[in-house]
Design a protein around this ligand. Structure first.
Ligand code: BEZ
Length: 219
């Protein structure tokens, strides 16, 4: 099973390192990122959770809540959090970790890594990222194998892109970074451009003569 872009994210119940949650109640009307980990007390995961701990103010600026998931229980998560705080120099651990000991959520969300197993031979979760919008729908997902740590600067970058699209009718081109030119989404009609893009739009000429490369300063 898995979740497709545009699907409402399931309203699952879970135990976490900060208490029990019902996912939609926890979301409220916020943007959110759910990111999964293969197991507690593993090296790559430890670096990732520490890095996210330091990036919490950046996510807060963007109105994004964070929640991790790992295939171990709450008591294990609480012990591991002390290690993460120590090695990452974090005074507090600022987001919950979901306990998915039975892999029920891992299977429901399609995030099992078939190549990585625990000591008992049970498959571990891969490194999934799900970005959920204020409408509770899935806006972006990706899956990395257990052995490749994620780039959280890229995750901030895609949040910026998603939020621009959600509110300003622009898309972001290859390798776009904050402050660079954006592209008017194809559904915007030419006659609506002056009203919607007061900073101006530059149309790149192409051999086909079609006017689809419409660049505009970041709104
Ligand atoms: C890690 O977090 O380091 C890790 C976890 C599972 C498999 C491989 C690496």
């Amino acid at each position: 099973m898995g979740i497709n872009l545009g699907d409402e994210f399931p309203n699952f119940k879970a135990s976490t390192s900060s208490g029990d949650i019902k996912f939609h109640d926890w979301l409220g009307g916020s943007w959110a990122i759910l990111f999964s980990h293969p197991a507690d007390y593993t090296p790559v995961c430890t670096t990732e959770l520490g890095r996210v701990g330091h990036l919490v103010p950046e996510f807060q600026k963007r109105g994004v809540k964070l929640i991790a998931l790992s295939c171990d229980g709450v008591e294990s998560h609480k012990g591991w959090i002390e290690d993460i705080k120590a090695v990452s120099d974090l005074k507090e651990f600022p987001y919950p970790i979901i306990a998915d000991e039975k892999r029920e959520l891992a299977v429901q969300f399609g995030m099992v890594d078939p190549d990585e197993k625990d000591a008992a031979g049970l498959p571990l979760t891969c490194r999934a990222v799900f970005i959920i919008g204020p409408d509770k729908k899935l806006k972006l997902s990706f899956l990395y194998p257990a052995t490749t740590g994620r780039n959280f600067d890229e995750i901030l970058r895609v949040v910026d892109s998603l939020q621009l699209t959600a509110t300003k009718k622009v898309a972001t081109p290859a390798d776009w970074k904050q402050g660079e030119k954006c592209m008017v989404v194809p559904t915007v009609k030419a006659e609506d451009i002056p009203k919607l893009f007061p900073k101006g739009v530059e149309i790149k000429p192409v051999p086909s003569g079609k006017e689809y490369l419409r660049l505009t300063p970041q709104p």
